[in-house]
Ligand binder design. Structure first.
Ligand code: TA6
Length: 301
């Protein structure tokens, strides 16, 4: 079990506390002049980000698991070294990064205490199921907590052979009512439709804003920013990204919500995933010694 007291002594400050959070995981609680945030060291999972004077930006399911070996439902799950189902039946969906205990590498304050940077790291030795590790790597997740939020995942291929990786920052946004939301910025962009049970259909082209009135599970091949217009909460959230060739948009809607034990039957009304990703045809080949970074920046306008 990670030693909370040691972390508090080494990295704690007026604006950063180490507590025992949900599931008994060590939780990093940030409260600076611009925002508050909570990050579980298990899974490097950011599960709360609230800018000063705003509603929480991230959504967490009331039915989420908080158990080692299981993913948390909501916040920003780190999907790595693969996005989606594993190559073999027995492999966990979305990789093993979100199922592992990460180490704290740095906690820093910037801009007169209005930005807090937290860095967590993962190496093969820390992966809960070593049999899942196919190559030597170093993985770092940076969280920049301020008026805006940036999550950045940097991988290094420490092996002597090229590796193919897919990844995502699987961000769950809190919305008042998904049916009233519009997602802007992907008009005329091609996407894959991956609704459960339907054939994966390539070649769709988005017409206008994205509306949520059914199960939506799409991989848009785009490097651009999007904006979530949420009339219910009277806010627009801008989502920018780097190092990402795909934007995943997901709402499980009714049937899939009922099928997930860690997702409330009616919770599809209050969430929407906008994910910076490299998935499907946007898989990336990372050469020996090479580093790759994917990041997402979220701002309440
Ligand atoms: O990002 C969309 C998606 O790939 C959906 O297909 C759905 O499976 C979702 O991720 C959640 O995956 P999870 O394994 O966290 O239940």
């Amino acid at each position: 079990m990670i030693d909370r007291e040691t972390l508090e002594r080494k990295f704690g400050s007026d604006s950063v506390k180490f507590t025992r959070g949900p599931g008994g995981f060590v939780c990093i609680e940030v409260a600076n002049a611009a925002a508050t945030a909570k990050i579980s060291t298990y899974a490097a999972h950011l599960f709360d980000y609230t800018p000063a004077g705003e509603r929480p930006v991230l959504w967490m399911s009331g039915s989420s698991w908080f158990e080692a070996g299981k993913p948390m439902r909501g916040g920003v799950p780190i999907c790595w070294p693969w996005f989606g189902p594993g190559a073999r039946e027995e492999l966990p969906a979305h990789g093993f990064a979100r199922l592992s205990q990460w180490e704290v590498r740095a906690v820093e304050s910037f801009e007169n205490g209005t930005v807090t940077r937290v860095v967590l790291g993962l190496t093969p030795e820390q992966v809960a199921k070593p049999e899942l590790v196919a190559f030597a790597f170093d993985l770092e997740c940076e969280f920049w907590i301020g008026r805006s939020l940036t999550v950045a995942l940097t991988m290094k291929n420490c092996s002597d052979a090229p590796v193919v990786v897919t990844d995502a920052l699987h961000t769950y946004f809190a919305v008042k009512e998904a049916e009233a939301v519009r997602v802007r910025g992907l008009d005329q962009v091609g996407y894959e439709d991956r609704v459960v049970g339907a054939p994966v259909v390539l070649g769709h082209v988005q017409q206008g804003d994205i509306r949520i009135d059914r199960e939506v599970d799409r991989i848009y091949h785009s490097t651009g920013a999007v904006e979530i217009y949420d009339p219910g909460f009277n806010r627009t959230i801008r989502v920018e990204k780097s190092g990402s060739a795909a934007t995943v948009v997901w709402n499980p809607w009714i049937r899939k919500s009922h099928a997930m034990p860690d997702f409330g039957d009616e919770e599809y009304h209050s969430m929407l995933c906008i994910e910076a990703a490299n998935a499907s045809v946007d898989a990336r080949t990372v050469f020996p010694g090479e580093k790759r970074r994917i990041s997402q920046t979220v701002t309440v306008l």
